[in-house]
Unconditional design. Structure first.
Length: 357
């Protein structure tokens, strides 16, 4: 497990890496679906990634061995949306491990949101009134270098591996919880049969009013939005809110638009949260482009998060003053419903802190 106390840049042992492996890759999964094969075929070698983009691995500084605890993972379809031969491409920048990650910065730690404080029941984070967040898996379809849960102790979260009984019992015992958020990792890396098991367990809890999914998979792997998933969504007993995660307009192509259209057809509400990232989307034109691309996919912007200060991510940080200035300019260009709320997640506060909209 990750031992925060060592303070080293050692990203734990094999157990952590295993927890990050999409379950779909597990041999027990029978006949793989198309999306499972795409997931298994993701690029994991930085040298190969650069080669695919026509970049010389010797000239683009990147890191291979040092990030054993949080390896590169990016689906090939997402790589195809990157600009050829551009080392500054905003999509590439989100996923390519770099030497800047090894620089220790004061204020950047393994658990920037102090989530361990809210992690009383394995796999369940109950931080805000009425909403409880379920860590359904440690796996994601893509590994984002700025991920604030990159050092989350997934192996200790028993909701991992489908052992959700303790988390479900805690939700059932607390009538104040009206909404369950399926998070992770990314819940849509679980096979649909597993999602069905989970929603069947939740369906027995009468005080639940809403179900929410936090997922980046329909963006990076739109093939995941297949018939079985759509059937599951349409048969849920609660209205479902799906909060996607895209940071740049170029992440949204025709395949993503088609996937979003099919998700909406199930009756789900589609929102997007993004992170303000230096060198990725820290300009008014990039943020405007993102909102317009989301709109073209039928998705409304929800939150623009200031970076959570997880160690290794300092090079992505944008100052709060700059963020506020960008928001003011953005609001001058777009209709109000295409302007996300600028928020910061502060450990210990009762909600996300809204800084501007
Ligand atoms: C962000 C977050 C939520 C959801 O907050 P909303 O403002 O309702 O989107 C819930 N639980 C945890 C632990 C969170 O970090």
């Amino acid at each position: 497990m990750i031992t925060a106390s060592t303070g080293s840049r050692q990203h734990g042992g094999a157990s952590h890496v295993e927890a990050l492996h999409p379950e779909a890759l597990h041999p027990e999964a029978s006949q793989p679906e198309l999306w499972q094969s795409e997931l298994a075929d993701a690029v994991t070698d930085p040298g190969e990634l650069l080669q695919l983009l026509g970049l010389d691995p010797r000239q683009v500084p990147h890191l291979t061995a040092a990030l054993a605890g949080f390896p590169l993972r990016v689906p090939r379809g997402f790589v195809r949306r990157m600009r050829h031969a551009d080392p500054e491409d905003p999509l590439l920048r989100q996923v390519l491990p770099g030497a800047a990650e090894l620089i220790e910065q004061p204020g950047f730690g393994p658990d920037p949101l102090a989530e361990h404080r809210y992690h009383q029941v394995p796999g369940l984070l109950h931080k805000y009134r009425g909403r409880a967040l379920l860590i359904t898996t440690g796996a994601c379809a893509v590994h984002c270098r700025y991920c604030f849960r990159r050092e989350f102790p997934y192996g200790q979260a028993a909701a991992e591996g489908g052992r959700w009984s303790a988390a479900l019992a805690a939700i059932a015992a607390d009538p104040s919880i009206e909404e369950v958020i399926l998070s992770g990792g990314d819940p849509l890396t679980l096979r649909t049969a597993r999602l069905e098991q989970l929603s069947a367990g939740l369906a027995g809890i009468s005080h639940l009013r809403r179900l929410r999914l936090h997922t980046r998979t329909p963006i990076v792997l739109p093939e995941r939005v297949d018939d079985a998933l759509l059937r599951w969504l349409s048969e849920l007993r609660w209205p479902c809110v799906i909060v996607l995660h895209a940071n740049h307009g170029s992440e949204i192509d025709d395949a993503v638009r088609a996937a979003a259209r099919r998700l909406r057809a199930t009756g789900a509400t589609l929102l997007n949260q993004s992170v303000l990232l230096a060198g990725v989307n820290d300009s008014v034109s990039a943020l405007e482009g993102l909102s317009l691309a989301l709109w073209s996919a039928g998705v409304l912007p929800y939150y623009l998060n200031l970076l959570d200060r997880v160690r290794g991510s300092a090079h992505f940080e944008v100052t709060e003053a700059r963020a506020r200035a960008l928001m003011a300019e953005l609001a001058g260009r777009l209709p109000g419903y295409l302007v996300p709320r600028l928020v910061r997640d502060l450990a210990g506060s009762a909600s996300k802190t809204v800084l501007g909209a």
